[in-house]
Design a protein around this ligand. Structure first.
Ligand SMILES: C[S@@+](CC[C@H](N)C(=O)[O-])C[C@H]1O[C@@H](n2cnc3c(N)ncnc32)[C@H](O)[C@@H]1O
Ligand code: SF4
Length: 384
């Protein structure tokens, strides 16, 4: 008998997570105070409706059975308490839609979340990552490149005021882009859930200042292990000592020059090996960062060679986020890292047009109408 396919649940991708104690009561007080002043909010009525639903789901979870996935998880509490109080409505507006739009198949004018790829090039070859596929990295296939500052500014201009969750990372290493400091300066104060994922190899003094000045909310150091040789066995081409030194430098700069920074730093691992121990991760990284986590492994390093599976559930990414790649192409996910599913290019159309355009609609229709199996590589992917 064949094993049933193991589904990758995007809404539940943290395998383990630890951080300082959080006070749910304090977060709930903030939400309650917002709830009582909703009428005074200077927002569109439709946005206020969403924020009201978000407050209701968190304040009265027992009554919110229609949206069971929007809960006060401890990392959400931590994010709420790390926000400026006045940014809470924008945070809830993003987070509620991110968690629930796909459950109700709602397509807003803008996606709740956008990943901007400033580099598809990476200096590492982590064993679980698509950077190990030469069909991605071979120059002749033209998937490798760096985003220009002008294109980056165009994307940010469209996102500002329309999408509050922006992640600077997709297929490559963002800090490889020599213009990253100038790019980050351009984002200052524009988003309330602004995130970077990095391997920290190129993190230096200048980039640390750029990250802290721009107001990045979540900085994820992808580290996977707490010891050598495990680190460099998983993070091929990496070196734990160098990365730790860079992260220490970042934290020293933060403490000395930005004592009021609200940034949340995380040491994150992809759980792929029984040799990875969460206790060791916590013991080693716990003093250096605010959060330590393992995320579930998504078998995407060889998407196109994976077996065709029998998953018929729609993919949540089609309703919750999109990806803008270094060359302006928009892709519905990064499991399709060779971009067979591209839905347009922001050099020819706005992101909003692409998000609600023909190609996206066809893809969503297929997923909704039990025809995921006809889409490639959706038929080899396990993400729901
Ligand atoms: C593709 S990387 C790009 C950014 C940067 N190079 C880094 O490593 O953080 C983005 C995130 O995906 C994670 N990742 C890579 N391969 C994965 C996999 N097979 N399953 C789940 N997460 C993965 C990385 O650890 C990282 O946190
Ligand atoms: S996980 Fe990040 S650092 Fe590792 S190979 Fe992939 S893109 Fe590079």
């Amino acid at each position: 008998m064949t094993e049933p396919t193991r589904i990758y649940q995007k809404f539940n991708s943290f395998v383990e997570m630890s951080h300082a104690e959080t006070e749910d009561a304090q977060a709930l007080l903030r939400i309650d105070s917002l709830y009582s002043k909703l009428g005074e909010l200077n927002f569109d009525e439709s946005k206020k409706d969403v924020i009201e639903k978000a407050c209701n789901a968190l304040l009265k979870p027992q009554e919110a059975s229609d949206n069971p996935r929007f809960k006060l998880e401890s990392y959400i509490t931590q994010e709420i308490l790390h926000q400026n109080k006045e940014d809470l409505p924008r945070y809830l507006y993003y987070r509620y839609r991110y968690e629930t739009n796909f459950q109700n198949f709602i397509i807003d004018e803008f996606p709740p979340s956008v990943q901007v790829e400033v580099s598809s090039i990476c200096n590492y070859r982590c064993v679980f990552c698509y950077q190990t596929d030469s069909a991605l990295t071979s120059p002749k296939n033209e998937h490798m490149g760096l985003m220009s500052v002008d294109l980056f500014k165009q994307v940010i201009d469209e996102l500002e005021g329309n999408c509050d969750q922006v992640t600077i990372a997709s297929r490559g290493e963002p800090l490889i882009n020599r213009n990253i400091s100038e790019m980050l300066a351009y984002t200052e104060g524009k988003f309330v859930a602004f995130k970077i994922n990095t391997n920290a190899w190129f993190l230096d003094e200048k980039k640390s200042h750029a990250i802290l000045e721009s107001g990045v909310n979540n900085l994820v150091f992808s580290v996977d292990a707490a010891t050598e040789p495990l680190y460099s066995q998983l993070r091929v081409n990496g070196n734990l000592e160098r990365v730790v030194k860079n992260i220490r430098l970042f934290q020293d700069i933060r403490k000395k020059h930005y004592p009021n920074s609200k940034i949340l730093t995380r040491a994150s691992g992809v759980k792929v090996s029984t040799e990875q121990s969460f206790e060791e991760m916590e013991g080693f990284w716990g003093d250096l960062v605010d959060q330590v986590a393992f995320v579930d492994y998504n078998p995407w390093e060889n998407t196109y060679e994976r077996p065709i599976n029998d998953i018929s559930q729609p993919c949540s990414d089609l309703w919750r986020r999109t990806f803008v790649w270094f060359n302006g192409f928009v892709n519905p996910c990064d499991v399709d890292y060779r971009s067979f599913l591209t839905t347009g290019n922001i050099k020819n159309a706005s992101l909003a047009e692409i998000w609600s355009g023909e190609k996206y609609s066809q893809l969503r229709d297929a997923h909704l109408n039990n025809r995921r199996s006809e889409q490639s590589p959706c038929n080899r992917c396990t993400l729901v």
